[in-house]
Every structure is written in C-alpha cells, then in structure tokens.
Design a protein around this ligand. Structure first.
Ligand code: GLC
Ligand code: MG
Length: 576
C-alpha cells in the first residue's frame, strides 16, 4: 500500500502542464525522518502573543489588565494555541509601554499585582498552555533604581552598571563614538549629573545595562530565575543582539544604507559593526541557555528578537558546540507577499539554514509591525491561505492577538501618536510614512482586541487608551465564533489539526518538485510512515490537478473540489 501511494506521488500534477511532468518533474519522495526528541518539544508549540494593554480591560480604566486576560484565556485555549507570550507588564513609567522597566520583579499597577500575575500563570497552566514572558535585558527604564543610583555618582557601587563614558578625547561634550541608535540619531546621551555620556541602543530613556560588569549579568540572570521559579516556561528576549557593544569604543565604519532592515542592521549611513551582534552577545546566549536548562521540569524556552543575517542568527542559536537560544524570530516572514515563488524561496532557505535540532519560526505581525491583513490585501481567503502555510510548515508559528480575526491595519496619524517612535518620527511627512509601508506609529499595531459588538468592542467599559477599529460590529470574536466560515474558526480547525497530528509538528519538510504552475506551492510533511501533502494556490485562478486516493483533511474553502484547487485555496491532504 505504501509503495503504491509513493508511486502515485508524481501524479499530483497540475492539469494544463501534465505532459511536461511525467519524467523531469518527479518528486523526490520524502524519506528522511529525524526522530522527535525532548529538545524539540518546543518545536511543536503554537504561540499566541498578547499585548496586555490592549487585550481586555477588567476595571474600566481603558487599559487592558491581567484580570482581563484571565477572563479571556478560554478564547486562546479554544483556538488551540499551546503557549502565550505576554508583552511586558512589569513596573514601568510606560514611556515605551512596558519595554522600559523600572522593576523587573513587580507588576505595573494598571495591569495588576503579583498575586494576580501568579494567578495568571496558574490559569494558563491549568488550561494546559505554556507561559512565555518578555525579558528586556538590554536596557532598563531611566526610572529604574539601578540607573538612578548609577547616574548619581561615578564611584558608587552601581557606577559601572550602565555604559558610561567620557566624551571624545576624554573631555568635552562630544559623544565618545559615532555610534547610531537602532532607531537613528546618536545613541549617546549626555548626563548632567555625572558629566558623562550613557549609551542607549533604543530610546534615550532606555539606558543600556553594562553586561561587562559580572554583577549586572548575575542580577539579570537572577531576574530570569525569579520568574522561572514562579513557573514561567520561557522568555522572548527583547533586542537581544544589542546586549554588548565594542569594548574598545571603535567608531562604526561609514555605509551607504539609510534604513536598517531585519536582516541587515546597517543604516543611517553607517555599518553597525561595533554596536550589535558582538561575539560577547553570542556567548551570553549560551550562558543564558545553560542557566535556563538548569530548570529541567518542564523544559524551558528562549526565543530571541535578533536582527542580522542568517549566519549571525545561527550564532545566537549555537556557538562553538554550545547551545544558545532555542529559536529566533525570522522576520523575513513579515514582509513576504502572498506569492508561491517568494514563499518557496523563504521555506527553502529556512529548511537549509535551520535543520534539526534548530527550528525556523513563522510570524506575520507583532506589536511593532503592521497588522498582517494588509499583506493579504484585506482578503480573508488570502489570509487563510497564509495561515495554512504558517501552521503546516516545519517551525514555530507566532500569532499576534487579533490576527485570528483579521483586524485590518488602521491608519492613525503620526502627530497624535502615543508611541514614542511616532513622537520621534513626527516630522516625517505622511506620504513618506506610507512609502515605507510600515507602521512608524506603532499605535496602529496596538489597537484594542475586538471581542463583541457591544460598546468599544467589549474591550473596556471606559475610554479605550487607543481607538477601537471602526468596523468592530462586523469583525469581532463573538461573531466569528458563530460563523463556521470565519477566519477565527479556520484558525481553530487548523491548529486542532496541527495539535492532533505529530507529522505536522515534527515531521520533516520536503518541497514538492512539481514546478509546472508558478502559482502553486506544495510541500510534504513526513514522519515515520505518515505523509501529508500541503497544496497552496497563490492565485485567484482555479488550478486543476489529479489527485490519487487521498484524504482531504482541511481546506481553506468550504467545499473543496476533488480535482481542482480553488481560488486562493490551501489544502492539507493525507497521502499515507
Ligand atoms: C523591541 C520591542 C519594541 C521596543 C524595543 C525597545 O524591539 O519589540 O516594542 O520598543 O524593543 O525595548
Ligand atoms: Mg484596566
């Protein structure tokens, strides 16, 4: 039986080009199978990201909070997600909405308190899901007691906890180097009290910690231990590639690039040679991993926000035979349009570069990046197709709250932006903002979750901190749970399929060699004697094909045709 179906594989041919396919385009039948092992446990997760400020408000102050999240955990559980990543809710002056932490071991009052946080952890666990916290190691808030102390004296015990230096040539008000922050402009900021400069990779109120001081390293590892001991299953690591800068304070070489990208942090006319991706940062990843691995039951997880090329990313995952981060966001997936050839290229690259025990990640949006519906041209059919790909490739999918509803990207003016980046970039004319195609005002990525058709989409009984999408009466969770054809229900069916078939979580992936149709992408997932075939039609035209005896497990369309892939249809088939 097995042999017969293998022989039939090349028969998955697309009608119009059948003659060309009989000899040249034979598929390599996928045979190789890497056994699933403990270290791969996380490879099978499907992660949901919550931006706490915008998820659900329980006390009417217009700001989402932990009790609000607890009240909606069943939504995430019903969707089938197995882990939740929470953007930070720790003590913070909220200048960067929580990515500026003033106390790592406390909860910001608008979100709750420690008891509620502990309840949140146990409520997530009770539902069989895992908890991933956001660890902002690179910098603290300028309001953190450490920075207050460090900035108050050049000789005190914490004097060396941040990256302080005298001006150029040891004097004066010229910054020590030419280094630019990740977001443009000099990353050096003058401090009147110390009469010195401090370094901030991101915004001026987020001073970088000095990891060359072992006390700092230990203090931050202790923060991580504190949460691991409370049962947190893993961390998402904020701008992890900025942890160290060059100790010799060498100037960055000039460059031609203006805007940095996820694969290349060079920009603002300089190469980021001495400011990011330093060898010490790769080494620190292995140190962090060793610590995290000392918590064995259950196994813990690290996923890094890292910007750099593939070779760099891989060094964060493994260095000189030592394991580092379990996974890194591969942000290429954020900008890849719904196009079969482009996705084929992405998947082939990830398979080549991140073989077991590594794993790729697949993410379409987050709290910094525009909502994914815009890349799907606000077409639910296209979004379903993209999600089918995301949940059936080999890798860890990350879904940003509201993505399951297809919340469209709003347009919010830069000038009224609450996001500190919007304030920073305010002078940029709107047409240039549009030209970048991104949300430079990150408020656009953070509007409230749409729960139902009541006032403020059920997010709050007060005044929401950011505007609620205008069309919430049509697009909301309650309506979509009722509608079997909704994007939300498709997510639920799809993740259920993923959760109940190990082959989709841990099987090897082989791209089909059938190239006869440029709009169709097909790949196999194989584990043991099981093989699934995923067919994705990235076009509005129907594609005829011949299917041998095979079971359609799921399709993005309601009534899949036996021998035709519908417009924008994606389909999962069991072939053996
Ligand atoms: C990361 C976060 C972003 C934050 C920045 C500084 O990129 O995702 O939201 O503003 O780091 O912490
Ligand atoms: Mg609240």
């Amino acid at each position: 039986m097995r042999l017969v179906s293998l022989l039939l594989l090349p028969l998955f041919l697309f009608g119009q080009n059948m003659e060309q396919n009989d000899v040249d385009n034979h598929d390599h039948v996928p045979v190789s199978n890497s056994p699933f092992s403990v270290q791969d446990t996380w490879h099978g997760e499907a992660v949901y990201q919550i931006y706490p400020r915008s998820f659900r408000d329980s006390d009417g102050d217009g700001i989402g909070d932990l009790n609000g999240i607890i009240s909606q955990l069943d939504h995430i559980k019903e969707l089938g997600f197995t882990a939740i990543w929470f953007s930070p809710f720790f003590s913070s002056p909220q200048q960067d909405f929580g990515y500026d932490i003033s106390d790592y071991r406390n909860i910001s009052p608008e979100y709750g308190d420690m008891a509620i946080c502990e309840k949140l952890i146990s409520e997530v666990h009770r539902r069989g899901m895992k908890v991933v916290f956001d660890l902002v190691m690179n910098h603290t808030s300028e309001q953190h007691a450490w920075f207050k102390e460090s900035s108050s004296s050049r000789t005190g015990p914490k004097a060396d906890w941040y990256v302080w230096h005298d001006g150029k040539d040891g004097k004066g008000k010229r910054p020590p180097t030419n280094w630019k922050a990740m977001i443009g402009g000099s990353g050096w900021h003058w401090h009147d009290g110390r009469q010195q400069w401090y370094w901030a990779s991101f915004l001026p109120f987020q001073p970088d910690l000095n990891y060359r001081n072992p006390e700092v390293r230990h203090a931050m590892l202790d923060v991580a231990r504190f949460w691991l001991a409370k049962g947190v299953d893993g961390f998402r690591l904020d701008i992890f590639n900025s942890i160290y800068e060059d100790s010799l304070l060498r100037n960055n070489p000039g460059g031609l690039r203006i805007v940095p990208s996820e694969e290349n942090p060079d920009g603002f006319f300089q190469k980021a040679k001495y400011t990011v991706n330093q060898d010490e940062s790769f080494r620190f990843a292995t140190e962090l991993r060793a610590m995290v691995d000392s918590f064995t039951v259950p196994p813990r997880f690290l996923v890094g926000e890292v910007f750099g090329n593939t070779a760099t990313i891989k060094k964060f995952c493994e260095l000189e035979g030592k394991q580092g981060l379990h996974a890194v966001f591969l942000f290429q997936t954020l900008g890849t349009e719904p196009d079969a050839r482009k996705w084929r290229h992405v998947i082939e690259g990830f398979e080549r570069d991140f073989p077991l025990p590594l794993t790729p990640t697949y993410v379409f949006s987050n709290h910094d990046r525009k909502r994914s519906m815009s890349i799907a041209n606000n077409d639910v059919r296209v979004m379903k197709l993209m999600v089918l790909l995301q949940m059936t490739v080999r890798g860890i999918p990350f879904t940003y709250y509201g993505e399951e509803l297809g919340i469209p990207k709003p347009t919010l003016p830069m000038r009224t932006g609450l996001d500190p980046l919007a304030k920073l970039y305010q002078a940029i004319p709107q047409f240039m903002v549009n030209w970048t195609g991104e949300s430079l005002n990150r408020d656009e990525c953070r509007t409230p979750m749409l729960w139902d058709s009541t006032a403020n989409a059920g997010f709050t009984t007060g005044t929401p901190w950011l505007p609620v999408s205008a069309n919430y009466r049509v697009i909301n969770a309650a309506a979509q749970w009722q509608d079997a054809s909704s994007l939300l229900r498709f997510y639920a069916d799809l993740i259920k399929l993923r959760n109940s078939n190990k082959v989709l979580r841990h099987g090897s992936l082989t791209i089909s060699d059938i190239r006869c149709d440029k709009d169709v992408l097909a790949f196999y997932r194989t584990l043991g004697s099981e093989t699934f075939l995923v067919l994705l039609n990235f076009s509005k035209r129907e594609k005829p094909f011949i299917a041998p005896t095979a079971t359609v497990l799921l399709s993005t369309v309601a009534a899949p045709q036996r021998a035709t892939l519908g417009a924008w249809e994606g389909r999962v088939i069991r072939i053996q």
